[in-house]
Structure formats: C-alpha cells, structure tokens
Ligand binder design. Structure first.
Ligand SMILES: Nc1ncnc2c1ncn2[C@@H]1O[C@H](COP(=O)(O)OP(=O)(O)OP(=O)(O)O)[C@@H](O)[C@H]1O
Length: 231
C-alpha cells in the first residue's frame, strides 16, 4: 500500500495537502483543474520535490527521505524524454543504469522490454527514426525495464492522435496488470481515466482527495470538477 500520511507540499505560494492510501496494484487517475497540483503530487512521490511535512510510505517502509533512484517508483513524462543522440536500446538502458554500463543481463532485460512493447529489432535506431507511437512505446519500455512497483504517468500520450492514444493506454493497462504494478496517471481527458483507471484521486482546492470510483465521480462531478470538465 502507498500511503500519504498528513502530507503537505509547498511550491512558492502554492500549497497542497494529501492524506490518502492507494492499494498495491490499483490503477488510479489523477484529475483536476489546471494548476491544481497534479504534477506536483507525482513529483513529490517520485522524490523530485521535498515534503514540507508529513510522511510517504510504501508497504510500510518510509520513503519520505529516499532519493529518487531508491524509491519504488518509475515515471514517464509528458514528452517521453528520449535522448536523440542515443539509440532506442540505450534510451531504455538508461532506466537501468544512468552511466549505460550495461551488463549482458541488463542488455537482455532491455531487449525483453523492447520486445514486450512491440519494438523487436528496433533497438539500434535513433528515436527520430521511430514513429510517434513507437517513441511512446520506447519510453514505456524504459519504465518497464526498471521493474518498479509504482508507475507514474504525467499526461503521457497527450500529443498522440485518438486511435494511437487508446492503443497506448491499453498497453499501459496490460503491462501494469502483468507486473502487478500500481499506476498513477495524470490526465486531462476524463475518457482516459474511464478507460484504464477504476479509481480517481481528485486534486482541487489545495487538496488531493482519497481515491474514489472513477465512473460515478465523472458521471456526477462535484462543482469544481464540473466547471473544469465543462459540463
Ligand atoms: N517551481 C515552481 N515554483 C513555484 N510554484 C510552482 C512551481 N511549479 C509549479 N508551481 C505552482 O504549483 C501549482 C501546481 O502546479 P502543477 O504543475 O502541479 O499543476 P497541475 O495540476 O499539474 O497543472 P496542469 O494540469 O496545468 O499541468 C501551480 O499553481 C503552479 O503555478
């Protein structure tokens, strides 16, 4: 179980509170108005941002002060963050070793992850020689290869067309189901949440609320969310 225990996060004038738990293996959308703090919540969990107060724990182990690399967390960012001068396999290998000194086992893991996302035989290409969807898959492989129990996606597929986005969302759902990973996904599209996240954390008004069932929340949104969703 992932636990935010009386967490407060501050950034300049912005402050947000979170007191909530997420069961291992849950798939959770993080939804709320622009500027509400969705990315901030993920960044704090990934260790890119210090808490002002409160504790974070995973499976009963306190991770509040752990550096990002020691946390049980792998994060996929908005623009995929592939390095253009590295091969696809090297980009994935960065998930294992930032210095890219990959052992034969590491290389085998990279190849396996590439195969799992449908990029067999494309490891030697540069990202520029992949389609947008294939680049998304490469970035997913980098998350997968880390075998971390918590996967964070911050609006990962916003730039993709609807068909490709659906395909990537379904691949994410499949991969986390296979590995048993817990998923937190920021999205501006409520249909993304409905598609692969049975639960939703609503971030609004300086608070990240405990997860609730996604469909009833979106069918009958509270006023702040209703205004944001435009219905
Ligand atoms: N480095 C920073 N210093 C000060 N304030 C910041 C910093 N980064 C973000 N903020 C503020 O923190 C608040 C939350 O930002 P955050 O990016 O988490 O929102 P968000 O819900 O992810 O928004 P969006 O949906 O637009 O991406 C905003 O008010 C933002 O202006």
């Amino acid at each position: 179980m992932l636990r935010f225990d009386a967490v407060r996060i501050e950034q300049g004038d912005f402050r947000m509170d979170a007191d909530l738990s997420i069961d291992a293996g849950a798939r959770v959308a993080v939804i709320g108005p622009s500027g509400a703090g969705k990315s901030t919540l993920l960044n704090a969990l990934a260790g890119f941002l210090e808490l002002s107060s409160g504790r974070l724990s995973w499976d009963g182990t306190d991770i509040t002060d752990a550096p990002p690399a020691r946390r049980p967390v792998a994060m996929l960012f908005q623009d995929n963050n592939l390095f253009p001068h590295l091969s696809v396999a090297q980009n994935v290998g960065l998930g294992l070793r930032p210095d890219l000194r990959l052992s034969p086992e590491d290389r085998a893991r990279v190849a396996q992850a590439l195969g799992r996302v449908g990029l067999d035989g494309m490891g030697e290409r540069r990202p520029a020689n992949l389609s947008g969807g294939q680049q998304g898959r490469a970035a997913l492989a980098r998350v997968l290869v880390q075998r971390k129990p918590i996967v964070l996606l911050d609006e990962p597929f916003a730039a993709l067309g609807p068909a490709l986005k659906t395909e990537m969302l379904d691949l994410v759902a499949e991969l986390v189901a296979e590995t048993g990973a817990t998923l937190l996904m920021v999205s501006h599209d409520p249909d993304d949440a409905r598609r692969i996240c049975p639960l939703t954390v609503l971030v609004d008004d300086g608070c990240a609320a405990p997860p609730v069932a996604t469909a009833p929340l979106l069918d009958n949104p509270p006023p702040g969310l209703r205004a944001y969703l435009g219905n």
